[in-house]
Design a protein around this ligand. Structure first.
Ligand SMILES: [Zn+2]
Length: 375
């Protein structure tokens, strides 16, 4: 069965405001690149529906959903709403599509969960808002589309699901949502001592969570070590019926917010490795605040899911997509030529620090032993 791609035009012009890290086009860049590479047939991108208020209320409180809807209409929020729901506060601005964009992301992930019920692979680069809380916005996330998609899998009868998060930030909203539900196991690899400052090594939530807080400068070799000594063995032991992979691109070296040093080869390696580890896979986007890095990373994720090799040099239509980007941060003033002309970063290999080996070992503590005969 061929992988499916879900997108929406809502992301193209949508911005959190000129000074916000999410001023940049990300999903539209990735989708434009995918199309320019000829990696999807014309009309082959499935339009993401908007989740209904009833669907959103499977996780979020009705008064919070109503507040988001009102904020989109009014383009302002009363002080009480700011305080209570963190809308228009803490990095979560009131913006033009403040309800309809997150509702579209959620609708896309919900659709993905339905499309994979009998198996399959779906990529939803607009999803991955892993910080969203039940009754408030958090970390640029208003609705938690990952939680809603996981709940939808459970509501359809699945009982053993893995949520894997390789964003630079801890997937706190998802872990919290399933604290008391052992049907969902959460595994988050993220930069230590970075916002939201949760997800320490000892944090196992209800016992069905693991956290791998990595030191700054994490390189491709270290990520591969964690993949082979923690992530894949964990999957072999849990044998999940479905995997949801949050593929935040802010763990890449060129991201302006985090301090990890991965190349996009690291993300693609994770995607390739987990691709066939469960009968159902949904791959989400997530963070990522350099438009070239995000676009190249997520377009390449789709390539890996399909088995398309990354071209040595981008064909002219794809290069034109990259050259049209504008980025008003320091890194955008003098973008290196390879951001325009290549899809694949130069690998960023390096030594595997002792700390990384310890983190991998600790991750597997307390998990069921692998069945005899398994690698
Ligand atoms: Zn992030």
């Amino acid at each position: 069965m061929k992988p499916l791609l879900i997108g929406s035009e809502i992301y193209r012009k949508s911005t959190y405001g000129p000074k916000h890290p999410l001023a940049i086009p990300r999903v539209s860049t990735a989708l434009d690149l995918i199309q320019a590479l000829g990696w999807v047939e014309p009309g082959g991108i499935i339009e993401s529906p908007m989740a209904s208020e009833a669907e959103l209320s499977r996780f979020h409180t009705p008064d919070y959903i109503a507040a988001l809807r009102a904020a989109e209409v009014e383009q302002a929020v009363p002080e009480a709403v700011r305080m209570r729901h963190h809308i228009g506060a803490h990095g979560n601005p009131v913006y033009h599509e403040i309800f309809s964009r997150p509702a579209t992301s959620a609708g896309g992930v919900l659709l993905a969960s339905r499309l994979t019920l009998d198996g399959g692979v779906v990529h939803v680069p607009g999803g991955g808002t892993h910080h969203g809380q039940r009754d408030r916005a958090s970390g640029f996330c208003y609705v938690n589309d990952a939680v809603l998609g996981l709940l939808s899998w459970l509501d359809q009868g699945l009982t053993n699901v893995l949520y894997l998060d390789i964003d630079a930030h801890h997937g706190d909203g998802v872990q919290d949502a399933f604290h008391d539900d052992p049907r969902v196991f959460t595994l988050s690899i993220h930069e230590a001592a970075r916002w939201p400052f949760t997800g320490g090594l000892e944090d196992r939530a209800g016992g069905h969570a693991r956290n791998i807080p990595v030191p700054s400068g994490l390189n491709d070799t270290e990520m591969r070590w964690l993949l082979h000594h923690a992530v894949l063995p964990l999957i072999e032991r849990l044998k999940p019926e479905a995997i949801m992979l949050q593929c935040g691109a802010d763990a890449l070296e060129e991201d302006p917010l985090a301090k990890l040093s991965l190349s996009n080869n690291a993300h693609w390696g994770v995607v390739r490795a987990v691709r066939d580890m469960a009968p159902r896979l949904i791959v989400l986007g997530g963070g990522g605040y350099n438009p070239w890095s995000v676009g190249r990373c997520w377009a390449g994720v789709w390539g890996v899911l399909n088995g398309f090799p990354a071209p040595e040099r981008l064909p002219p239509p794809a290069e034109a997509v990259m050259r049209a980007l504008v980025f008003n941060r320091a890194a955008g003033r003098n973008p290196p030529e390879h951001w325009f002309t290549t899809l694949r970063d130069a690998p960023r290999e390096g030594p595997v620090r002792l700390e990384i080996r310890h983190l991998a070992e600790a991750t597997l503590e307390g998990l069921p032993e692998p069945a005899p005969g398994m690698a």
